[in-house]
Every structure is written in structure tokens, then in C-alpha cells.
Write a protein that binds this ligand. Structure first.
Ligand code: CDP
Length: 241
């Protein structure tokens, strides 16, 4: 039986990968790391400091300089007080809580450009590998199985149609109490897919040995159960935290 301590999960925006990964991590007692948060934090930092997202050099320096900390919520509501706002983790940018600020349409609009820069990617990948080296982790993103953790014993590529993904994002935004326009969200999902898949550095694509999972019309719980059976049947789980 193979030993498993890292699960690498990739896929396009709103494919259900974050929800599935969080549940898997919880069931396995693994840490959950959503690497998209890190690119979102760099983007937010640029917007807040008035740095043009088209200025690759300035954005790269910024990525090297900022402190990004992702803290799991504890049962008591997190280390930063009681949170009842539906968060699963807290994202601190230079010590400031930016968990929701990184999810705004302004960040959505620019994050793919920021994450297309080689220097930004190199910095984030280095930080992600350090976190991954501890083991006992489910890491989610666009290039985890291909670049960040190519030796992960289990790699998943989670996808769904653009329409289904836009519907999910629409519901997410409504649930958070925001106005949401389905057509605009669908256009943004497709636009980001295009940039993420065609960029020069670490484009979004499944690793050759990734298990492909299409979540269109399939309940999350059913997929998680199937994955848990697979993990339990084929791997021995070892958390090295
Ligand atoms: O939540 P959603 O799936 O919409 O996106 P995300 O996972 O938060 O990632 C936001 C953006 O960051 C993506 O559209 C990618 O451009 C970029 N990203 C990346 O390039 N590499 C990663 N490992 C994770 C995210």
C-alpha cells in the first residue's frame, strides 16, 4: 500500500475543488492550503498600494516583500476571535485580516494577470513547497500536481462546465450578501480560464498522472465519499504535521 501525505488538487475556477479539498482534508486530518489565496493576496496588496497590476517588476517585488499567513479556523472560531461569517480559514496580509477582501470582483478581475508573472509564481511556489514539506496536506490550485508538488502520491484534476461553475460562483456571492450578475460571472470565469490555460508559465492543465473528476451535476458529498474510499483502499494515510 502506498503512503499518502500530500494530495495535489488542480482545476479551473469554481470547479468545486476548494469545497471537495476542504472536506477531504477534514476527514483525513490534513492541513488544507488554498494556494489561490496567495495570488489573491498579492493582487489585493497591489490594488491597495496603487501599484499598476500591469507593472510586472513592481508586482514581483511586492510579492517578495509581503507577508501572507493562512490560518486554519479552530473549533472555537479561529485564533483571531469568533468568526461566524462562514470562513474556513483566515488570510492575513501583513497581519491584517483580508479573508473576504481577497474575494471581491476587483481582485477577480486582476488576479489572473498577477499570477501570470514568473517572478510572482516563483515566490509563491517556494512558499507553498515549504508548507508542503511538512506533509499531511491537501494543496489546491492550478499547478500543484504539475509544478509545486509533482511527486504527490495522489493528484486530482477537478472540473465542471463553465455554466455550472458560474452558477456556483453566483450562489456563493449571493450567500455572502452581494449583488451578482450571472452573465458577468460566466464571462469572467471564461476569461480567467483562457488566461490561466494559455499563460506561458505553469499553465492550467492536468498532470499526466492526475485522476480526472467532472463535478457537473454531481453532489459534493458523493464525490468526497468516492475519494475517501479510493484513499482508504489504495493508500495508507500518514500525517507528518
Ligand atoms: O476560487 P477560484 O477558483 O475562482 O480561484 P482561486 O483558486 O482563488 O485562484 C485565483 C487565481 O489565481 C486563478 O484564476 C489563477 O489565475 C491564480 N492561481 C494560480 O495561478 N496558481 C495557483 N496555484 C492558484 C491560483
Amino acid at each position: 500500500m502506498n503512503d499518502i501525505n500530500v494530495i495535489a488538487i488542480d482545476g479551473p475556477a469554481a470547479s468545486g475543488k476548494s469545497t471537495i479539498s476542504q472536506l477531504l482534508a477534514e476527514r483525513l486530518g490534513f492541513l488544507f492550503l488554498d494556494t489561490g489565496c496567495m495570488y489573491r493576496a498579492v493582487t489585493l496588496a497591489a490594488l491597495r498600494r496603487g501599484i499598476a497590476v500591469t507593472d510586472e517588476t513592481a508586482v514581483t517585488h511586492l510579492a517578495q516583500e509581503i507577508d501572507i499567513d493562512i490560518q486554519p479556523e479552530t473549533g472555537a472560531g479561529g485564533r483571531h476571535g469568533r468568526h461566524s461569517d462562514g470562513r474556513h480559514y483566515t488570510v492575513l496580509l501583513d497581519g491584517q485580516d483580508t479573508t473576504w477582501a481577497i474575494r471581491t470582483p476587483a481582485v477577480d478581475a486582476h488576479v489572473s494577470q498577477v499570477s501570470s508573472y514568473l517572478g510572482v509564481r516563483q515566490e509563491m511556489v517556494q512558499r507553498q513547497r515549504l508548507l508542503g514539506a511538512r506533509g499531511g496536506i491537501v494543496m489546491v490550485g492550478r499547478d500543484i500536481g504539475t509544478v509545486v508538488m509533482p511527486d504527490a502520491p495522489l493528484k486530482l484534476y477537478i472540473t465542471a462546465t463553465a455554466e455550472e461553475r458560474a452558477r456556483r460562483r453566483w450562489h456563493d456571492r449571493r450567500r455572502q450578501g452581494h449583488e451578482a450578475d450571472y452573465d458577468a460571472i460566466l464571462a469572467d470565469v471564461k476569461r480567467r480560464d483562457g488566461i490561466d490555460s494559455s499563460r506561458e508559465h505553469s499553465p492550467l492543465r492536468p498532470a499526466a498522472d492526475a485522476l480526472m473528476i467532472d463535478t457537473t451535476g454531481r453532489p459534493v458529498d458523493e464525490i468526497v465519499e468516492a475519494l475517501m474510499s479510493l484513499v482508504k483502499g489504495q493508500y495508507s494515510v500518514s500525517s507528518m504535521q
